[in-house]
Ligand binder design. Structure first.
Ligand SMILES: C[S@@+](CC[C@H](N)C(=O)[O-])C[C@H]1O[C@@H](n2cnc3c(N)ncnc32)[C@H](O)[C@@H]1O
Length: 208
């Protein structure tokens, strides 16, 4: 079953798991995305400056929060249901693969990659290079990374909801320990790293 069909079921409340080829299935934390923004989310979002594109916005809690805070914001997601839910919250959103053309390319002040979205596409370096293309001069990437001790890399994963599974697809991950090397490879600089209640947030700038 295609990813967008299975993920849409999960966003509508069906129990969903994620697994790697070798690993046991673990619950996909969909409730962390469908809820409203919390205190830690707001601390993350303080790093967003100016016009912000929320890449892989899911059901839109961060897009909504940025809009409420007065930012020019656009949520972008490949899944129709995610875009619909974001719009229902009052957040502007567009159904789009972020590797295809998006509005405002080269003009965004902030690209937001929260909740493990640095894994989109299965190659964090390729994703960060693509994010760099979206930024205007002086722009930043606000990215959630994993705690110390976690690896940086990629794995094939599969989502399973009550009625269907996806085929395996590549998803990346970035641990805070691997961030500097990744920034070097992608012509970015690490401007800040902050920890908020067990979640890790980095701000990357473009090396010109
Ligand atoms: C971990 S969830 C994001 C949750 C989201 N940050 C939130 O606040 O609810 C990952 C999201 O990335 C989206 N996604 C995956 N590949 C994508 C792509 N190539 N372009 C845009 N969005 C993508 C998925 O549809 C999914 O909504």
């Amino acid at each position: 079953m295609p990813f967008d069909v299975v993920f849409a079921h999960a966003l509508r409340g069906e129990a969903c798991t994620v697994r790697t080829v070798e690993g046991a299935p673990v619950p996909l934390p969909v409730e962390d995305w469908t809820r409203g923004a919390d205190v830690v989310d707001r601390l993350f979002l303080r790093h967003c400056a100016g016009a912000t594109i929320d890449v892989g916005c899911g059901p839109g809690r961060l897009t909504e929060e940025l809009a409420l805070a007065g930012h020019v914001v656009l949520g972008v997601d490949v899944v129709h249901e995610a875009v619909t839910q974001t719009r229902h919250r009052g957040g502007p959103a567009l159904r789009r693969d972020v590797f295809d053309r998006v509005p405002g390319e080269g003009r965004w002040d902030t690209v937001l990659l929260a909740d493990g979205n640095v894994g989109i596409g299965g190659d964090p370096a390729a994703l960060l290079r693509r994010m760099r293309d979206l930024l205007g001069r002086g722009g930043r990437i606000v990215v959630e990374v994993e705690p110390p001790g976690r690896p940086t890399g990629s794995a094939d994963v599969q989502l399973t909801c009550e009625c269907a599974s996806t085929t395996y697809f590549a998803w990346g991950r970035v641990g805070v320990d691997g961030l500097s090397a990744l920034a070097d490879r992608t012509n970015l600089t690490v401007r800040a790293v902050d920890r908020y209640d067990g979640r890790w947030c980095a701000v990357l700038g473009v090396r010109r």
